[in-house]
Ligand binder design. Structure first.
Ligand SMILES: Nc1ncnc2c1ncn2[C@@H]1O[C@H](COP(=O)(O)OP(=O)(O)O)[C@@H](O)[C@H]1O
Ligand SMILES: O=P(O)(O)OC[C@H](O)CO
Length: 493
């Protein structure tokens, strides 16, 4: 009997595959890291082949881990790091350049020029996004302009563009399907989220020929079949990872909000059938599209969260493992006035400063590695507060936050987050909510679940963290952060 769903979660630093049962229980899992390529300051790339190879490997690995064969899989779903941009030859399937990763800042100058020329209002109105190198369009334009003959080949229909979902679908599906879903399309800067269509004015602004674009489908849809596991299995769902996590956290009602703490941190608030036009530089985006109907979200994107912990581990070597960050942070009675602004790749929401770079402030002679570790964890919480304050400025006051991602294993961080936000922070039983979300989408398409309410009933809380810090202390901590960020933004002016 085919009673499992295989969820592929292709992330920024690793690929994962997880087998879920109908109740959302994990039955097997495999993960593989792949190399990050940093060719120049602010540039981040992936080898496109690594994305495919690691994905194939973890799919086999998940089956092995569960001790089951492919006959048990009812459907495959794909969720992915978003915005990361690939271009390949339509005939051979060979990439013409590495994948340019969402964190890459190489198009910062071009974005600045477009802003100066007054294009941002139109871009924002149609896409819900901003003119920032984060999104796909300027990366795609860079590839077309910088690879020999690419612009001509694209104009002649010889090239395909895709985000990572589309790249994987092309290579994993029989018949090389060139498609994406509305959540991924909504991150490209080329897609009108109100109309649900690629937009000619945007295509002309970024000099992108329409023929290079994939077909845009619902998030739960028939994306064809794959047979690389030895049997033909339908691919029934695609969603960008943060949107998939929103589904995995069952944030289906307007006002419900989740934050995922992995490499970066992404807060997504369900806004129902309305696109909220933020006055505080948050993003309007598609949360999911089902049966042709779009549900929208307001998103705050923080570029560096767990990546700061990785940096302390790998570059400074002050901790052996990411998990080892919890003990020193909790052992200190306070932060000693030390603030770490981890702006390695600029600052995202609500600052949107691609030129900002990281800084540690407030060091005294008695500060040590432990203070740095604590400051890195605190920074993630303060950046989240920046987002909830921005949402409050837009008139949205969330009462509780559902959290997930690798970092939330750190209970000290979850408690400090609740204290900093003055909000209840809820950690679910299943922390692999990104993969779970795309498994839920597959389940909808399979008819396992008749409604989103049925899925919401499967969500369960493992632990709730209640705010306990005195208000004065909370304000003092956060005021220190605001000063530190202001200094980083100023230094770069
Ligand atoms: N106990 C922990 N405390 C703090 N950070 C952690 C902990 N465990 C993992 N991390 C961080 O979480 C990130 C991994 O989370 P994950 O959700 O797998 O990320 P991604 O999907 O972006 O690759 C890493 O950056 C790691 O440093
Ligand atoms: O790979 P992750 O989990 O860090 O997610 C990356 C985001 O999708 C970027 O927008």
């Amino acid at each position: 009997m085919s009673e499992l769903i295989l969820a592929i979660d292709q992330g920024t630093t690793s690929s994962r595959a997880i087998l879920f049962d109908r109740q959302g229980g994990i039955r097997g899992m495999a993960q593989q890291e792949f190399p990050q390529i940093f060719p120049a300051d602010g540039w981040v790339e992936h080898n496109p082949e690594d994305l495919i190879q690691s994905t194939r490997a973890v799919c086999h690995g998940a089956l092995d881990a569960a001790g089951v064969d492919a006959a048990r899989i009812a459907a495959v779903g794909i969720t992915n790091q978003r915005e990361t941009t690939l271009v390949w030859d339509r005939l051979t399937g060979k990439p013409i350049y590495n994948a340019i990763v969402w964190q890459d800042r190489r198009t910062a100058e071009y974005c600045r020029r477009l802003k100066q020329q007054g294009h941002e209002a139109m871009v924002r109105r149609k896409t819900g996004l901003l003119l920032d190198p984060y999104f796909s369009a300027t990366k795609l334009r860079w590839i077309l302009r910088n690879q020999p003959d690419a612009s001509q080949a694209a104009a002649a229909g010889g090239l395909c563009f895709g985000t990572v979902d589309t790249w994987l679908l092309w290579h994993l599906s029989k018949g090389r399907r060139h498609a994406t879903d509305a959540t991924n399309a909504s991150r490209t800067l080329l897609y009108d989220i109100h109309q649900g269509a690629w937009d000619d004015e945007l295509l002309s602004l970024f000099e992108i020929p329409r023929g290079i674009l994939p077909e845009v489908c619902d998030s739960a849809a028939d994306f064809g079949t794959c047979d690389f596991l030895g049997r033909e299995i339908p691919i029934f769902a695609i969603a960008g990872d943060q949107q998939a996590a929103t589904i995995g956290q069952a944030c289906f009602k307007p006002g419900m909000v989740k934050s995922t703490y992995g490499t970066g941190c992404f807060m997504v608030l369900n806004t129902g059938d309305k696109v909220v036009e933020s006055q505080h530089r948050l993003l309007g985006t598609v949360a999911y599209q089902l049966d042709g109907r779009r549900t929208y979200a307001l998103e705050g994107s923080i570029f560096v969260a767990g990546a700061a912990i990785q940096w302390l581990r790998d570059a400074l070597k002050v901790i052996d493992t990411a998990a080892a960050s919890e003990a020193p942070a909790s052992a200190l009675s306070d932060n000693h006035g030390v603030y770490f602004v981890p702006a390695f790749t600029g600052l995202g929401a609500p600052y949107w400063n691609p030129d900002a770079r990281g800084a540690v402030l407030g060091l005294t002679r008695d500060a040590g590695a432990d203070h740095l570790v604590r400051a890195a964890l605190e920074a993630v919480c303060y950046q989240t507060r920046d987002l909830t304050d921005a949402m409050a400025g837009d008139g949205i006051h969330a009462r509780e936050l559902r959290v997930d991602g690798g970092m939330v294993a750190n209970s000290w961080m979850c408690q400090f987050l609740a204290d900093t936000l003055d909000m209840t922070v809820k950690r679910p039983h299943v922390r692999e909510t990104t993969a779970l979300g795309v498994a839920f989408l597959c389940g909808l398409k399979l008819g396992w679940y008749q409604s989103l309410d049925e899925i919401a009933a499967l969500w369960g809380e493992e632990r709730a963290f209640e705010a306990g810090m005195a208000g004065e202390q909370r304000q003092r901590n956060y005021a220190g952060w605001r000063k530190a960020v202001a200094r980083v933004n100023q230094i770069m002016d």
